[in-house]
Design a binder for this molecule. Structure first.
Ligand SMILES: Nc1ncnc2c1ncn2[C@@H]1O[C@H](COP(=O)(O)OP(=O)(O)OP(=O)(O)O)[C@@H](O)[C@H]1O
Length: 319
């Protein structure tokens, strides 16, 4: 069995914002195995960056405990930093230096000889398709190139865990897909990867295991299949009615339709969860018409991370 890379127990973080307490993280317990690619998925403000900050020593938890790469980020932050590589949301490259110099500098700081740091820097830039950009000043790099240099820099000291906070936020779709490819390669070579993302598609593309977070708590965690089976095994049928439609009666009827495991309404939208799409769609449409309602749109979503989020929160996922 693989060793444990990360274990957290009931992590909390409360910020004080002008005297007001902001409970950003409210009890996160998770385990990541070595070699895994693990994602913290949730909408903006869910507490992902705060959790990322605690795991990577930048944010001190209010309470709870954790082990990261065999050390304690609170008691021994220097040791944790030595063992991990972290890529934050901001561009933290030194703008006075070239791409290669940024890498060399990190290598020297970590105790490599000048020669070793330069060689490893070159190797990584080549690997990341940036061999011809090694002498470019940082401000000349595109967003995607800068992000790759930051990942290369984080990998320079062969970290036990590579942490990435929203790795493709703000990148164009093609650059995003290229970066996914790179991260998949790293992972195939055994690199443990922990990332945060608010893109369902990114979590789906990159993460073997996912923790779904919202409002500072972890709603569920598991492999994608586990989550889909456990939390969102049903397809979701959505009926959108004219604005202002009153759905109370319809909701009751929908809940009694055979094959419907759950029904809920949000404004003029009715959602039913079912394993029997073919049987339920006509029945629920009929119920809607019988209730004198006008249906604007019908949509069926097969089990996915989107339906998992819906099932967990009763809300549509908005990226
Ligand atoms: N330094 C801080 N001081 C006060 N409140 C903070 C601070 N950092 C974050 N918060 C608040 O904590 C909550 C969680 O923020 P956090 O950045 O961890 O979420 P997130 O899921 O990473 O979202 P995003 O993707 O927008 O960064 C938010 O309500 C945010 O406003």
């Amino acid at each position: 069995m693989a060793a444990i890379a990360i274990a957290t127990e009931d992590l909390h973080k409360t910020y004080s914002n002008g005297g007001k307490a902001v409970k950003a993280v409210r009890g996160i317990s998770l385990t990541v195995q070595e070699g895994e690619s693990f994602g913290l998925l949730g909408p903006n403000g869910a507490g992902k960056s705060t959790t990322f900050g605690m795991l990577t020593t930048r944010v001190k938890p209010t309470s709870g405990s954790m082990r990261v790469a065999g050390a304690d980020p609170v008691a021994d932050p220097t040791e944790v930093k030595r063992r991990i590589g972290a890529v934050t949301q901001q561009n933290t490259l030194d703008r006075q230096l070239t791409a290669l110099e940024n890498l060399e500098f990190r290598g020297r700081f970590a105790g490599l000889s000048a020669r070793a740091a330069r060689a490893r820097g070159r190797e990584l830039l080549d690997r990341f398709g940036l061999g011809d950009r090694s002498d470019a000043m940082v401000h000349r790099l595109s967003g995607g190139q800068a992000q790759r240099v930051m990942i290369a820099r984080a990998l320079l000291t062969r970290p036990a865990i590579l942490f990435l906070d929203e790795p493709t936020s703000g990148l164009d779709p093609q650059t995003r897909v290229n970066l996914w490819e790179l991260l998949r390669e790293m992972h195939a070579e055994g690199q443990t990867i922990v990332l945060t993302t608010h893109y369902l598609e990114e979590a789906e593309a990159l993460c073997e295991r996912i923790a779904v977070v919202d409002h500072g708590t972890m709603l569920a965690s598991g492999s994608q299949d586990e989550l889909k089976t456990r939390e969102g095994g049903d397809a979701v049928v959505t009926l959108v009615h004219e604005p202002g439609a009153e759905l109370t009666g319809l909701l009751g009827t929908a809940q009694r339709i055979p094959g419907v495991s759950r029904a809920e309404s949000e404004g003029a939208t009715l959602r039913v969860y079912t394993g029997d799409v073919e049987g339920v769609v006509p029945a629920v449409l009929r119920a809607s018409l019988d209730a004198g309602l006008f249906v604007l749109d019908v949509a069926v979503r097969r089990p996915s991370l989107e339906t998992v989020f819906l099932a967990l929160t009763g809300r549509e996922y908005r990226e």
